[in-house]
Design a protein around this ligand. Structure first.
Ligand code: AMP
Length: 143
């Protein structure tokens, strides 16, 4: 099972911001879109960071509510790990676990084509387990 299967189900919409946007504005986007992360693009549309709800918590812990008026570039992670559509879901899970993060931008020819979250990965795993259980039940019933 590959990342492309997840994107087929959830679509390839990506909520992106620029680094100059304030933490307050980006919190509004996270809340309004019911997502945990935005990708940050530079002026040329290239991926230059990722900013997640964890970064909001860290920013508030460090600087209190002053953080809200600062640009997300202050707090985003610049060294973003990405994945291709052909990567297996298992490999994405392994990388999220090793890196201790829950979001993975998906790129094709260095362009963003989606974001996979840990929630998407878990949903995919549950569906796979349910399919396999149904297959076993059908096999037993037909035996
Ligand atoms: P998360 O668990 O996704 O909320 O992120 C935890 C921390 O890892 C935050 O500081 C994020 O900015 C960072 N992070 C999230 N996704 C990635 C990624 N794909 N590559 C590198 N860092 C990430």
């Amino acid at each position: 099972m590959t990342v492309s299967r997840i994107l087929k189900d959830k679509g390839s919409a990506v909520i992106s911001v620029t680094g100059e946007q304030t933490v307050e504005v980006v919190c509004g986007l996270l809340s309004g879109n019911r997502i945990g992360a935005v990708v940050v693009l530079d002026a040329g549309g290239e991926l230059c960071g990722i900013f997640t709800e964890r970064d909001v918590v860290n920013a508030l812990a460090r600087e209190g509510t002053d953080a809200f008026s600062r640009p997300v570039s202050t707090y985003m992670t610049r060294d973003v790990e990405t994945v291709g559509r052909d990567a297996t879901v298992a490999s994405v899970m392994a990388r999220m676990t090793a890196g201790r993060f829950r979001h993975m931008p998906v790129v094709k020819h260095q362009r963003l084509v989606g974001v996979v979250s840990i929630g998407d990965v878990v949903k995919n795993k549950i569906e796979k387990a349910e399919r396999e259980a149904a297959e076993i039940r059908a096999y037993i019933a037909s035996a």
